[in-house]
Write a protein that binds this ligand. Structure first.
Ligand SMILES: [Fe+2]
Ligand SMILES: [Fe+2]
Length: 382
């Protein structure tokens, strides 16, 4: 059939009844009428077994300057759909090799928009097709005006979906960018925090004999014990820095006391025993160390209440400080001193066992003693 759209009306008889196409009501849309339509050409497939209707639909698409592919059977349509990503499908329901609805069944949110072409008798089926995802149906016979109106509506929908997809993609990109930016900021923050803590450690090293290696080992061993106790990562980080900075308050102790080779006088001892409180005052004012103060303030408390600066006893002593107290003794005993060589791990374990319940929390001592010696870092075992 020749579809001459310049004649005004096209009539063609078919199994679904006469197709009456009135051209007169149709006026081409001007530029303003094209607003909102997609800028890119939609890829359109017309699945219709009747050649005349197929050609008619394609001719009407050409009015909007859209090209299209055609298929006369489901098999042909499936073959085209496998090769090409279409944006819009016109499908007939009654096809020689099955129902056009099976194409709608294969429809997913990313699939093309579907408009069902149907005879009046298929109305119920068309409604069913829309329930399954078709966006519209056009009942045969139809006028050009009606067809183009449905086409424009479908393409507006296509355009809206495309904009929504672009918007969603832009949002995803933005979230990805912001997440990267946040990760970079967090990494930078971590670096600054680490540098600050290390700088504090270095400042202490200039004043006291306590070595950085000692601070690193007691910090690692405290974290190891924290892991045996199933502490959270947040707790472990606080414990790590608290242990590393345990003696930072010694920065405030006069050097002649810190470096005095012989025993301290009572007055000097009182000055020395201020270091946990001075360290606490320094650390608590640093925002990211506010949760790392327990070890700094309470590492010289004793389980029996005979320690300092507050004479806390038992579970009054913060957990991190009870953990650390064992690790500090372990490291002190297994490290070389000017007046003696490092003692073996077994000697330290014996001493910690002996002082469990007096100097140390017996529970912490038990956990320490039940872990294999290889668990702990000491001066000469690595
Ligand atoms: Fe100390
Ligand atoms: Fe220490």
């Amino acid at each position: 059939m020749k579809c001459d759209i310049s004649e005004g009306v096209i009539q063609k008889g078919d199994s679904h009844g006469a197709i009456s196409v009135e051209l007169s009501p149709f006026r081409p849309r001007g530029e303003a009428g094209q607003q909102g339509l997609p800028k890119k050409q939609p890829r359109i497939l017309v699945l219709e077994d009747q050649k005349q209707i197929r050609e008619l639909v394609r001719a009407m698409l050409r009015i909007r300057k859209y090209t299209s592919d055609e298929a006369s059977s489901l098999a042909e349509a499936r073959s085209l759909l496998a090769r090409t990503r279409y944006d819009l499908l016109f499908i007939d329901i009654n096809l020689p090799d099955g129902s056009g609805l099976s194409v709608v069944d294969e429809h997913s949110p990313d699939s093309p928009l579907v408009i069902v072409l149907t005879g009046n008798c298929d109305l119920q089926t068309s409604i069913e097709a829309m329930r399954r995802g078709a966006v519209d149906f056009i009942t045969k016979p139809f006028t050009i005006g009606h067809f183009l109106q449905r086409l424009d509506k479908a393409l507006e929908e296509w355009n809206a979906r495309a904009r929504l997809k672009e918007y969603a993609q832009a949002l995803r990109n933005l979230v990805e960018f912001k997440t990267d930016e946040l990760s970079r900021t967090i990494r930078r923050f971590d670096e600054i925090r680490d540098m600050t803590v290390l700088a504090l450690g270095q400042a202490l090293k200039l004043k006291d004999n306590e070595t950085e290696a000692h601070c690193v080992r007691v910090s690692q061993n405290s974290v190891q014990m924290g892991r045996l106790l199933d502490l959270s990562e947040f707790e472990l980080t606080n414990l790590k820095w608290g242990a590393y900075l345990h003696d930072v308050g010694k920065i405030g102790v006069p050097e002649q006391i810190l470096m005095k080779p012989g025993p301290l006088t009572p007055e000097e001892r009182r000055a020395m025993e201020k270091h946990p409180v001075m360290g606490h005052a320094m650390v608590r004012s640093i925002d990211f160390l506010t949760h790392s103060t327990d070890v700094v303030l309470s590492h010289h408390e004793r389980y029996d209440g005979a320690g300092y600066p507050s004479g806390l006893a038992g579970l009054q002593i913060p957990l991190h400080a009870r953990i650390f107290a064992i690790m500090d003794t372990l490291d002190a005993m297994t490290s070389d001193r000017p007046y003696r060589a490092a003692l073996p791990m077994s000697a330290a374990a014996e001493e910690i066992s002996r002082l469990a319940g007096s100097q140390f929390d017996p529970e912490m001592a038990k956990i320490f003693l039940s872990a294999p010696p290889i668990t702990w870092q000491i001066q000469n075992n690595r």
